[in-house]
Design a protein around this ligand. Structure first.
Ligand code: SF4
Length: 290
């Protein structure tokens, strides 16, 4: 959408906002720098990078209140579960709303008049139109320009290729538990230091997040980044044949081969994530309009 706006296909945006969890892959930060330098700056569109902190550091810091990631849990009795997903709300939605309020001139807790709002573009393509939603506050009105253009994901990829951005990486935390095996393998096979980083994080959260442990609320079980609930360094992330997959079905009841390979389809987008309803945010947390 930024390129479309810079190139005059869409109207010129006033700002582009990137919510930085502090733990994106290096390729994403490099891509963002390039996008800013080659597309946004020449078009006069400021890219605002907003943040609520570093999700990796916060998870491991006993002194920091942590908005939990959706970790896979193996309970002591062998039952499986997941921790609530609060990270999208804390690390993406909250800093974006704070920035938008600032741009409008009504920082929290000021009341925003009824007729003051931004038009916010959300980059959802036609193949995922079911994720397009209205904003949950009056001071933001969502629009979905890619859907208005009738563009699918492959239309977007074709356009990105035509403007020299064929290798646009997917944005998400390096160690997001929603990764599928393809993403885990990509990290392992292309970026050894980032693989070490996620393996070390996976080991460090085995007993849950640091603050919960320090405050006497330890996890009664073990937490994992990979959905097999096996330490990431040993998890079955290699590509399997159909026969191997069929042989695994007994051991892995929760089996959708496509999802194991590609990850959770509705991954992490601030405005279209499947965990939005779980984002345990209070009005004070995010400064919602009253
Ligand atoms: S990418 Fe994953 S870990 Fe990061 S904020 Fe989104 S859901 Fe949470």
């Amino acid at each position: 959408m930024l390129a479309l706006s810079a190139n005059g296909v869409l109207p010129k945006a006033d700002y582009a906002i990137f919510a930085d969890t502090g733990w994106e892959p290096r390729a994403v930060y490099d891509h963002l720098d390039r996008l800013e330098r080659e597309i946004a700056a020449p078009a006069g569109i400021p890219v605002l990078r907003v943040s609520s902190g570093n999700i990796r550091q916060d998870a491991l810091d006993p002194a920091h209140r942590f908005a939990s990631m959706p970790l896979y849990i193996l309970n002591q009795d062998g039952k499986q579960g997941m921790t609530r997903r609060q990270c999208t709300g804390e690390y993406k939605i909250k800093p974006i709303k704070r920035q938008v309020r600032g741009l409008l001139g009504y920082p929290y807790p000021q009341r925003i008049p009824r007729d003051v709002f931004v038009e916010q573009w959300v980059g959802i393509s036609t193949d995922e139109f079911h994720r397009a939603k209205d904003a949950d506050v009056r001071y933001m009105r969502n629009r979905h320009p890619l859907i208005d253009l009738g563009w699918s994901r492959s239309d977007c990829l074709r356009y990105l290729t035509s403007v020299g951005f064929a290798d646009t990486p997917k944005s998400s935390c390096l160690g997001c538990p929603f990764h599928g095996n393809a993403q885990w393998r990509h990290i392992r096979d292309t970026s050894p230091d980032e693989w070490q980083d996620v393996v070390a994080f996976d080991a460090a959260i085995r007993a849950g997040n640091a603050r919960a442990n320090a405050s006497g609320n330890p996890l009664l079980g073990e937490a994992f980044l990979h959905r097999s609930r096996v330490p990431l360094s040993q998890a079955p992330i290699d590509h399997v044949t159909a026969a191997e997959w069929a042989a695994r079905q007994d051991a892995l009841p929760d089996t959708d081969p496509e999802e194991w390979e590609r990850g959770v389809v509705d991954g992490c987008s601030p405005w279209a994530c499947r965990g939005e309803a779980d984002a345990a945010l209070t009005r004070d947390d995010v400064g919602l309009a009253s």
